[in-house]
Design a protein around this ligand. Sequence first.
Ligand SMILES: Cc1cc2nc3c(=O)[nH]c(=O)nc-3n(C[C@H](O)[C@H](O)[C@H](O)COP(=O)(O)OP(=O)(O)OC[C@H]3O[C@@H](n4cnc5c(N)ncnc54)[C@H](O)[C@@H]3O)c2cc1C
Length: 441
Amino acid sequence: MKIMNLVWFRNDLRTKDNHSLKKACDADSPVMGVYFFDPRFYESRDFNLDVDIDLPFTRTGKYRAQFIIESVADLRRQLQEHNIPLLVFHDKPAKVLPDLVKEHDIKNIFLQKEWTKDEMDQEKDLGVELDKLDDKPKGHRTYDQFLYHPYDIPFESFQKIPKVFTEFRKKCEKQAQVRELVSIEAYKQDKLSVHKTEIPSLEDLGLESFEIDKRSAFPWEGGSKSAWNRLQHYFWETKQLQDYKKTRNGLIGTDYSSKFSAWLAQGCISAREIYHEVKKYEKEIKKNQDTYWLVFELIWRDFFKYVSLKHKEKIFNLGGILQKEYDWNSSHRELEKWINGETHEDFVNANMKEIAATGFMSNRGRQNVASYWSMHRKQDWRLGAAYFEHILIDYDVHSNYGNWMYNSGVGNDPRNRTFNIQSQADRYDSDHEYRDLWLEN
Ligand SMILES: Cc1cc2nc3c(=O)[nH]c(=O)nc-3n(C[C@H](O)[C@H](O)[C@H](O)COP(=O)(O)OP(=O)(O)OC[C@H]3O[C@@H](n4cnc5c(N)ncnc54)[C@H](O)[C@@H]3O)c2cc1C
């Protein structure tokens, strides 16, 4: 039997500009892929947060689960074009991979480098099992989720990354380059015979099926194909990129912002791919503050990844990275009222109803409901972050916990960022259209 290279896909569900896949294809052996629907991300209500109340929801809700199912199906189709099979399991990696390694004589495992607890736990468990094998495969980990690669940023170490975003951004913009894209376009191997595996359904994952709400600001499928269709529409067909900064604080509809977040979170498209398309657009169509601002936001995304690289587990602590002590409460009843949109703030309620019905909420809405929860009600911010982890279609550990800390006074900005919800509603929903849309029934 021929030695095999395995790509373990996690949050990098694409074939274009995927460094792990590229490295595997460049090595001199056939390639196969694997993806795990790890039950601990679906069934468990334990968010590893050490909070005072039992949380009434699981780690991954139906919207993101469906999006992942679609993304994995799309990845499988893309890989087929190169005759690379993708095996899919609804099980823990540590339970499946050792046998797979033996069965296919796998010598190399290529994967995206991660550092947060869940992903490290997966790897640790697996390491223990692989250590039992006589011939342990070699792991090849690559940072592939950034705009600015960790080896290119102008800071001596992660510990030297500035506290303040502006300083981080300015230095990166001046001294770092976004890398060029990699491709496996020309790669095609002989067909391999592997046993067939099924992608689980929502039901298999213990979740109910649902219809997309007609008011949804995010009505799309998971997968690279859909991500690129969206980019094509937003950049090239409707040219809305050139108005992005002016519209990004909107609340209603599909087009007030790019809506790239869910695809970015699963790695269906890379931040570098979006960056290079913006540059192309600026060259061919128009360059202005708005086109720049999309890149500016992608740098925010990077920044939160660097915050978690620097502070590791502290991003899950009550005191956050500032290690600030406030008097936090943990009320089950308050949580229920907030989730159900039954607070005394109609702007908060409308946003909470939107996220419950669709898995998506605008950035403006997220800032307001987070501020309401942690700063107005003085509730443990991690309970709110955990609900977002459950419900968001675009949940990303770094962006979620980073933004929650930031909005709760324990993050990278020590200023008090409490929002005046009423004046926010007056400013961003002056005609009540948004609240009417979500509160009418
Ligand atoms: C409390 C709270 C929780 C959040 N949780 C998440 C999360 O789990 N996953 C997530 O992707 N974003 C999160 N965000 C950031 C932001 O709200 C979403 O990225 C954005 O609303 C997604 O819509 P979009 O793709 O149309 O964004 P656009 O406005 O079109 O921005 C383009 C891209 O830039 C990045 N971006 C924009 N704003 C931010 C930001 N504040 N922080 C980090 N990246 C940003 C995203 O990748 C986004 O897709 C959170 C914000 C708050 C206030």
